[in-house]
Design a protein around this ligand. Structure first.
Ligand SMILES: Cc1ncc(C[n+]2csc(CCOP(=O)(O)OP(=O)(O)O)c2C)c(N)n1
Ligand code: SF4
Ligand SMILES: [Mg+2]
Length: 299
């Protein structure tokens, strides 16, 4: 049986230098450090404009030790496809190609290139870190911003539309591996990347990534707030492997124990302060209904 991953047996090799330009408490800097440990040195990264390009910085003071192609917003998956073609021409079958894009660069701009790459069956890993808005340019709403959230483009009554379910859209392409993860559960994220590396074809991992600056909370609570999103059943951790859906540990456990009220999560962040009591009650009802369908599924 494979050894269980813990913080004690993660690779010691650090592929992200300390002292990068992310804000204090940034969820992205946690998953980027852990995620690169899982990907390993034999990896080429593809990154569109986002907080990650800022975190990384520019040569010669880049925070990342791996080769990285910074590409235009819409072209992440297309650029990854080009790198794969170049590696094939070199008869290189070992190097991992991994795209890291924000929710704006995945769910809105960039979705067509990602859809095309999934449909073609490109052998890459696409990681979407979802901080639920266009953070790098000043907190504009994106396709994955939840309904009711205050952003600089939805400043009065919050976003009107619901959060776009990007993992479900990508799963509908019939690719071999789709998973969700959270920056608050970095070991689970690490294990999912390790698994994705063993699978041929497109792999998609969507990571809920708390952002103190854009969500309006004290940077010391990044992990706590990420966990509350999962423990309230609002954001679920799962794997979909060749169409087989399975809740992952922290979410699986919620089938047998009480979930936190969603209000506990919502009241931790300034971005939700426009929500009325009635709206919070209806979010709770939606979450309860979703979990009834999980419970009704054969295990
Ligand atoms: C075609 C194009 N439109 C807009 C921009 C400006 N821009 C740069 S980063 C960014 C926000 C990216 O948001 P997201 O993908 O969610 O990543 P985050 O900043 O939240 O990490 C925008 C709008 C751009 N670089 N290119
Ligand atoms: S704005 Fe948010 S995602 Fe961007 S660097 Fe700061 S904390 Fe991280
Ligand atoms: Mg974003």
């Amino acid at each position: 049986m494979a050894e269980k991953t813990t913080v004690l047996n993660l690779p010691e090799d650090e592929l992200v230098h300390p002292g990068n330009r992310a804000c204090a408490g940034c969820g992205l800097s946690i998953i980027y450090r852990i995620g690169l440990k899982a990907l390993g040195r034999d990896t080429i990264l593809v990154v569109p404009p986002s907080c990650l390009t800022v975190l990384q910085g520019l040569y010669p003071i880049a925070a990342t030790q791996l080769p990285c192609l910074n590409v235009t917003f819409a072209s992440t998956a297309a650029a990854a496809t080009g790198i794969l073609a170049a590696l094939r021409a070199q008869k290189n079958t070992s190097t991992t190609v991994a795209a890291w894009a924000g929710d704006g660069g995945t769910s809105d701009i960039g979705l067509q290139a990602l859809s095309g790459a999934c449909e073609r069956g490109e052998n890459f890993i696409f990681i979407c870190y979802d901080n639920e808005a266009y953070m790098n340019t000043g907190v504009q709403r994106s396709g994955t911003t939840p309904q009711g959230v205050l952003t600089t483009t939805t400043p009065i009554s919050g976003k009107k539309q619901k959060k776009k379910d990007v993992p479900a859209i990508i799963a509908a392409h019939g690719i071999p591996y789709v998973a969700t993860a959270s920056a608050a559960y970095p070991i689970d994220f690490y294990d999912k990347i390790k698994k994705a590396k063993t699978i041929s074809g497109p792999k998609y991992i969507h990571v809920h990534t708390p952002c103190p600056s854009g969500w309006g909370f004290n940077p010391r609570y990044t992990i706590k707030i990420g966990r509350m999103a999962v423990e309230s059943g609002l954001y679920d951790l799962y794997e979909n492997e060749n169409g087989h859906f399975e809740l992952s540990g922290p979410s699986q456990r919620l089938l047998k124990k009480d979930r936190r009220p969603v209000s506990e999560y919502l009241e931790t962040q300034a971005r939700f302060r426009g929500l009325s009591e009635a709206r919070i009650a209806s979010i709770q009802q939606e979450v309860d209904a979703k979990w009834e369908t999980y419970r009704a599924q054969p295990s």
